[in-house]
Design a protein around this ligand. Structure first.
Ligand SMILES: *Cc1c(COP(=O)(O)O)cnc(C)c1O
Length: 815
């Protein structure tokens, strides 16, 4: 894909790498430390990004609305290869490191993942930044520079063990500290009213403690277009005078303590996916991001326009990635009113026309609420503002539905039942001009369920933006073999115009093309088998079907259904019932939130089942099972190109979109999945013949729920009975009896929210169809090619164009 594009460029890069190695880092060649070579190459590439970065900033078009993408998570992974790809310098980089007797892969392996996110939501933010830069859109990412990213997962006796991720230990060559843009963020104290010099009644926040917010900028290069956008990450630090004050008062240790307290704010990413614990430090993080970012944005506005904010909402759109940064809404109100003297109505009009909110979940446990008492003690002035927003809003509701007090109670931003709670999703809706879901089904379920009242009030606010993934990282970079084959077949324009993959459709009928595709897949499977051998000690045979489920471990994602199927297969082989079975290697992987006992038990179960299966020589020709530790972006880059079958098993109506499903599809894996999230759109794009569909629909799940009796389901299914019998007998926990009792109890409870057993039969039947399809090799390859060919609409470029068209840069409309 990469050819030497400019004569002399190869030598120039080699010289730059050598210069950084010897002069910037002070190393001599004999050192042989690959990490320094990685740093030298990163710095040489960074040098090439800096000029483009400056030009991008200089070319900013003041008539164009700018976008700030506010997110508590950016799951970036590695940056080096992404920079190489964007700059089209791969061949030159290979040459440059060859001069150090090293290969590029070894150098790239030195980079640690920037794991500043949990899973799909954080990775989406990273894909979006890539697409924004590639489409040359004026979008800045704002996030937190966590000292510790997502924990590293280790397995000990099949149990998850969490280790801290000190990703910055060896420095981060991609970031630039920007001390001239330090901000101050306040906590605690109290709000008071006062009369200003013009006799106007104003509010201020007094007796607060303040911390410093220090920005670190990371370059976000567009793909070969000269654009470099910015991801600005904030780090917390103690204010100097606070230190000094304490020091002079004679309490040196208190001063040090204050410093530690301040720095704690950005110390660690909360490792919870799809759940919120309501912890004070988490609220501090959210407000810290919100306040620092808005002050930063307002500073630019003030520099260009002075204190005239009339055009602000036309100048800026602030996109909220889930409710995590929604405290930005009252914070913008506070800044406009208390700091810049605007009145309520003017500030509210600006705020409401500036924010757009993306919802990412239908799970009640993931909907953020904050105790009013906690919120008020930490952010007293913001609580006042939210209460005022709520009063105005409820007046609007009562005008629309006079006398409907039940509706007012339902829609209030404050849930008054029990200990009063702020409903952050409702604040997001009320304070934004746009609310979007992340897949067609998800948006439909939001407007009919969770947000029904709001949809009735403001139908035009709601819109869908089906997620996507960047084809740069998730195809061109992670699957160079397939990328080269596509280049050869279609030319090279497809990377930024992914719908062009449709042109591969007729090639699915061409036996020669199928063979080329098969060779690429086989090589990728060998690479994945290498990863599995190294990290799990399990031998995967690339001739077997690679059946993969990697994602956060959560009951709604139903890794348990996968395990039940594995046990069913094990049982069949032991009974000699191998007719029609496709030999399979099953790979699972994913992190469990450290406090999520059920998810951790599921990890242990997978590992115990894997141990029993892999230790039994009778299973060797039929089944291998492995649990991949420490699933992260860099592992997915090896996993998705090497998969034959993509497992997307969530209970219908529970997975908002999914993006792992899209990465697998792009890389030519066939999906077995439920009618949930973006699976539905994948099925529509690729056609029923090329997707293994199973399970209840979202409507059927809800209809079934009241009279769901898992024990009847088991009684009616001999296969399921044997599977449960094996589990209940302790066959997979001989040395630790009872450890899976809670898992079994949850699965067989009529109250099981995930209705795992209800979909067992349908799932196993679909797996039989997979086996049958696998045996017709040509037909299987056809399906794989058709999946890649139909994956064009799952490019995040398409998603971002839609955000641009309907939200960020839409003309006129109701704004
Ligand atoms: C894509 C991705 C996810 C999201 O996967 P889902 O299957 O959509 O839940 C999570 N983690 C990582 C590291 C990813 O790359």
């Amino acid at each position: 894909m990469s050819a030497v594009n400019v004569p002399g460029e190869g030598q120039a890069l080699a010289d730059a790498v050598a210069r950084h190695y010897h002069l910037t880092l002070g190393k001599d060649r004999a050192g042989g430390d690959h990490h320094y070579l990685y740093e030298a190459l990163a710095l040489a590439l960074r040098d090439r990004l800096v000029g483009r970065w400056r030009r991008t900033r200089g070319q900013a078009d003041d008539s164009r609305r700018r976008v700030a993408y506010l997110s508590l998570e950016f799951l970036i992974g590695r940056s080096l290869h992404n920079a190489l790809l964007s700059l089209d310098l791969e061949a030159e980089a290979r040459e440059a490191v060859a001069a150090f007797a090293c290969d590029l892969e070894t150098v790239e392996a030195e980079e640690r993942d920037a794991g500043l996110g949990n899973g799909g939501l954080g990775r989406l933010a990273a894909c979006f930044l890539d697409s924004c830069a590639t489409l040359a859109l004026p979008v800045t990412g704002y996030g937190i520079r966590y000292e510790y990213g997502m924990f590293q997962q280790q397995l000990r006796d099949g149990y998850q063990v969490e280790n801290p991720d000190r990703w910055l230990r060896d420095g981060n060559p991609w970031e630039f500290e920007v001390p001239e843009r330090i901000r101050r963020v306040h906590f605690g104290g109290r709000a008071e009213g006062y009369r200003d010099d013009h006799g106007r009644w104003r509010h201020r926040w007094v007796d607060a403690q303040s911390v410093l917010a220090i920005p670190f900028d990371m370059p976000v290069p567009g793909y070969r277009n000269g654009t470099v956008n910015t991801l600005r990450l904030w780090r917390a630090a103690a204010t100097e005078e606070f230190d000094l004050g304490e020091f002079n008062a004679g309490s040196y240790t208190d001063a040090v303590d204050a410093k530690t307290q301040a720095e704690k704010i950005t110390m660690v990413l909360y490792p919870n996916d799809q759940s919120e614990a309501g912890k004070e430090l988490r609220l501090r993080q959210q407000y810290f991001l919100a306040s620092a970012s808005l002050q930063d944005i307002l500073a630019d506005w003030l520099a260009a326009h002075g204190e005239d904010f009339t055009g602000f909402a036309d100048g800026y759109c602030l996109q909220l990635n889930d409710t995590h940064p929604t405290v930005s809404i009252p914070e913008l109100m506070r800044l406009l009113m208390d700091e810049h003297g605007l009145g309520w109505d003017a500030a509210w009009a600006i705020t409401r026309e500036s924010f757009a909110y993306t919802n990412h979940t239908l799970l009640p446990e993931a909907l953020e609420t904050w105790s009013v008492a906690l919120f008020g003690s930490l952010l007293p002035r913001l609580l006042e503002i939210i209460q005022e927003i709520n009063a105005c809003f409820l007046t609007e509701v009562s005008r629309q539905w006079p006398g409907d007090v039940d509706r007012e109670r339902r829609m209030s931003l404050i849930d008054e039942a029990g200990d009063p709670q702020l409903r952050m999703a409702y604040l997001g809706i009320v304070g934004s001009f746009s609310v979007n879901g992340v897949a067609a089904l998800h948006t439909r379920l939001l407007t009919r369920g969770l947000f029904r009242d709001f949809h009735e009030l403001w139908p035009a606010k709601f819109n869908n933006k089906t997620n996507g993934v960047t084809p740069r990282r998730w195809l061109a970079y992670c699957n160079p073999g397939l990328a080269a084959l596509i280049d050869e077949t279609l030319g090279d324009g497809w990377v930024c115009d992914l719908e062009r993959l449709r042109e591969l459709t007729p090639r699915a009928e061409d036996p020669a093309f199928r063979e080329r595709f098969a060779t690429v897949k086989f090589d990728n499977k060998r690479r994945l088998a290498g990863l599995v051998a190294d990290s799990c000690g399990v031998a995967f045979d690339p001739a077997m079907l690679f059946d993969v489920q990697v994602k956060r471990i959560h009951e709604y994602k139903r890794q348990l259904l996968n395990v039940l199927h594995i046990i069913h297969r094990y049982d069949r082989v032991l009974r000699g019932d191998t007719a029609g079975l496709a030999p399979r290697c099953v790979l699972l992987g994913g992190k469990a939130a450290p406090g999520y006992a059920m998810a951790k038990a599921i990890i242990k179960l997978v590992n115990n089942v894997a141990a029993v299966v892999n230790d039994d020589p009778r299973l060797a020709p039929w089944l291998r099972v492995a649990f991949l530790p420490d699933y992260k972006v860099t592992s997915m880059e090896v996993v998705c190109p090497g998969a034959d079958l993509s497992e997307q098993l969530s209970t219908a109506g529970k997975e908002a979109s999914g993006t792992g499903n899209m990465k697998f599809m792009m890389n030519g894996a066939v999906t077995i999945g439920t009618l949930d999230g973006a699976n539905i759109e994948i099925l529509e794009a690729v056609g029923e013949d090329n997707f293994f569909l199973f399970g209840l629909t979202a409507e059927e799940v809800e209809a079934r729920r009241p009279n769901y009796r898992p024990r009847d389901v088991v009684a009616a299914d001999d296969d399921l009975q044997r599977v449960l019998q094996l589990l209940e007998s302790g066959h997979f926990s001989l040395l630790e009896p009872g450890i899976f009792d809670a898992v079994l109890a949850a699965m067989t409870s009529p109250a099981d929210p995930w209705m795992t057993l209800a979909d067992f039969r349908s799932y196993v039947d679909a797996q039989h169809r997979v086996d049958a399809a696998w045996h017709d090799r040509e037909d299987w390859l056809r399906r794989c090619i058709l999946n890649t060919a139909a994956s064009g609409r799952f490019s995040s470029d398409r998603t971002i164009r839609e955000y641009g068209r309907d939200i960020w840069f839409r003309k006129g409309a109701t704004r």
